[in-house]
Design a binder for this molecule. Structure first.
Ligand code: NAD
Length: 252
């Protein structure tokens, strides 16, 4: 059982955002070479530079996860620079960009499709992009960042994130013969800038009553789950969604 990732190559999408920065750092500190991918190249470049300055092996790449060509370039860049791909963290998503409480009865279909494209289809696109490299390695770890919002009424965001839970299960079954594990993390309310923006003042006030362990969590409360699912410690675990949320969502 080993939580180290020495010699492994990881891609993190949405790596310039709150979770992406924390996940990239955790993977780098565990020994992985990290490709920080984001549609916001400046943010990914800054995050990569901070890690490089500390001596970690990483690089930034501009990627729109909703675009197949762009995801293919992301995978090719990782292989070219680091020689392969072992870990994919599908973290990029629209969240704070979605108006709080937006009624599905009135949501513009263009916007619905945009959210689905990035939050759900984008993860499939990235999985397809890295599969040849993972199969060549003979193993892999795919971690989909879903949300506790998947398990309750959370509008288009919740629908997209529940779709990701289902994608996790189907792909876990499909890729098991290739020794590729596919799991998901469902964080609760986490105090990234985007997390605070999408929660809003009123709900933030109610969190201590809703969440048994504590209201807002920090990204550091979630990185342990990431390292577990990215490492050999979880080799016999696939198709699972791990709720990391202070006990907000309790599933049987
Ligand atoms: N913060 C929370 O409370 C919370 C809770 C549960 C789940 N999550 C999930 O965690 C992930 C990260 O959340 P965060 O709080 O860091 O948000 P964030 O907005 O800081 O990060 C999202 C990142 O994704 C990038 N992105 C957006 N569209 C993209 C695209 N088309 N291609 C590539 N990159 C794109 C953004 O540029 C941004 O850097 C998301 O999947 C979110 O749904 C967050």
């Amino acid at each position: 059982m080993e939580l180290r990732l020495d010699g492994k190559v990881a891609i993190v999408t949405g790596a310039g955002g709150g979770f992406g920065v924390a996940y990239s750092r955790a993977l780098a500190e565990a020994g992985a070479c990290v490709v920080l991918s984001d549609i916001d190249l400046d943010a990914a470049t800054q995050a990569a530079k901070n890690l490089e300055d500390e001596g970690f092996e990483c690089m930034a790449v501009a990627t729109d996860v909703g675009d197949e060509q762009s995801a293919a370039t992301m995978a090719a860049t990782a292989v070219e620079r680091f020689g392969g791909i072992d870990i994919l963290v599908n973290n990029a998503a629209l969240m704070s960009e979605i108006p709080f409480g937006q009624p599905l009865g009135e949501i513009p279909i263009d916007f619905w499709e945009k959210v689905m494209r990035i939050n759900l289809t984008g993860s499939l696109i990235c999985i397809q992009a890295v599969l040849p490299a993972m199969k060549q390695r003979g193993s892999g770890k795919i971690i989909n960042q879903t949300s506790g919002g998947a398990f309750g009424p959370a509008g288009v965001y919740g629908v997209s994130k529940l779709g990701l839970v289902s994608l996790t299960v189907s792909m876990a079954r499909e890729l098991a013969p290739s020794k590729i594990n596919v799991n998901a993390i469902a964080p609760g309310f986490v105090s990234t800038d985007a997390g605070k923006r999408s929660t809003g003042e009123e709900l933030a006030q109610a969190l201590p009553q809703m969440v048994p362990l504590k209201g807002f969590g920090e990204t550091d409360d979630v990185v342990g789950a990431l390292l577990y699912l990215a490492s050999s410690a979880s080799d016999w675990v696939t198709g699972q969604t791990l709720n990391v949320d202070g006990g907000w969502v309790m599933r049987i």
